[in-house]
Design a protein around this ligand. Structure first.
Ligand SMILES: Cc1ncc(COP(=O)(O)O)c(C=O)c1O
Length: 315
């Protein structure tokens, strides 16, 4: 029995999110597929970042921050949700986004303009440049500020998805496999650590939608989050599976991903997105077609949100 010490969090979303069986798709793929509706986390258009932000913004509040910085690509779901959550608790969000992708007022950029969010673009490929710029802007404003890394994927953000596995267990489920999109790593690392702690027979598969070294990032985040939780676990690269579903590139739609979005919409009335969840679900379909999902296994697909992308990214 682990004596875990979860850090404090602030309530921002609506939890637990539902778990549903995908009856039509299960029939079609000859497998038992369930979906965790983290597209219904209850802030903005929903999405995985709310679980991370409950921990991150709690720390920001404790440190007395008035301004919250974060970053990502032009259509970052994480940046939009950080703006929504920070605004909800009276902090001022400032987004310094990479000038990469769809910068027009579509999708998440439209939502940010509806929230009157301070959005700035930087023409750089380096997040370090952006973190330095945050320090410059923060110093010039003379107010206490808090920096959230891209995707909210540091150890504290990762704890949000450890918590998610505890929630799934408390909802009365035990799954054999959880499948999710991996974009900056925290969601996957949290689920993989959470499975070790709360669902030991469950294996987690991350569908990589970017080209970062997730075989290194995932166990590092797992170890750092385990330290925060005071969890006595051995972590290794063998704890999880990774599959490359990036296709033509990060934030560029793939044919398989688009087909997965269409299948889920048509058969289940649920909308995935072209950048993360569509590609991740395409990975699940691929596993089913390759006979890698057994009929006696219960599989959980994490719907991590991303609806904004549907209205901005060309499919
Ligand atoms: C909709 C959606 N799904 C999945 C992910 C991936 O999560 P993570 O960044 O924790 O790997 C993200 C964010 O990057 C996202 O916005």
């Amino acid at each position: 029995m682990h004596t875990l010490s979860f850090p404090d969090k602030i309530p921002l979303g609506i939890f637990p999110t539902p778990v549903q069986k995908l009856e039509n798709i299960s029939r079609e793929l000859n497998a038992n597929i369930y979906i965790k509706r983290d597209d219904m986390t209850g802030v903005a258009l929903g999405g995985n970042k709310v679980r991370k932000l409950e921990y991150l913004l709690c720390e920001a509040q404790k440190l007395g921050a008035e301004i919250v910085f974060t970053t990502g690509g032009a259509q970052s779901n994480h940046a939009m949700l950080t703006a929504a959550c920070a605004g909800k608790i009276g902090m001022t969000p400032i987004l310094i986004l990479k000038k990469k992708g769809v910068t027009e007022k579509k999708g998440n950029r439209l939502l940010e303009s509806l929230m009157s969010t301070d959005v700035r673009f930087m023409d750089t490929n380096s997040y370090d440049d952006i973190y330095n710029e945050m320090d410059k802007v923060g110093a010039s404003l003379g107010k206490p500020y808090y920096k959230i890394p891209c995707g909210g994927s540091n150890a504290l953000g990762t704890v949000g998805y450890v918590d998610c596995v505890r929630e799934i267990r408390d909802q009365g489920y035990q799954f054999d496999r959880i499948i999710c999109a991996e974009g900056s790593g925290g969601t996957m690392a949290g689920l993989a650590l959470g499975a070790k702690l709360f669902m030991p027979a469950c294996r987690v598969t991350g569908m990589m939608v970017d080209t970062d070294p997730f075989d290194e990032i995932t166990p590092r985040l797992m170890k750092e989050a385990a330290e925060i939780l005071n969890a006595d676990v051995e972590i290794s690269g063998g704890d999880f599976d990774l599959i490359d579903m990036c296709g033509p590139g990060y934030a560029i739609a793939s044919r398989e991903g688009n087909e997965a979005v269409a299948l889920m919409a048509e058969k289940e009335g649920i909308f995935l997105d072209p950048v993360y969840t569509g590609k991740a679900f395409a990975g699940l379909i691929q596993m089913a077609k390759e006979g890698k999902l057994r009929k006696d296994e219960n599989i959980l697909f994490l719907h991590s949100g991303g609806a904004g992308g549907l209205f901005a990214i060309e499919m």
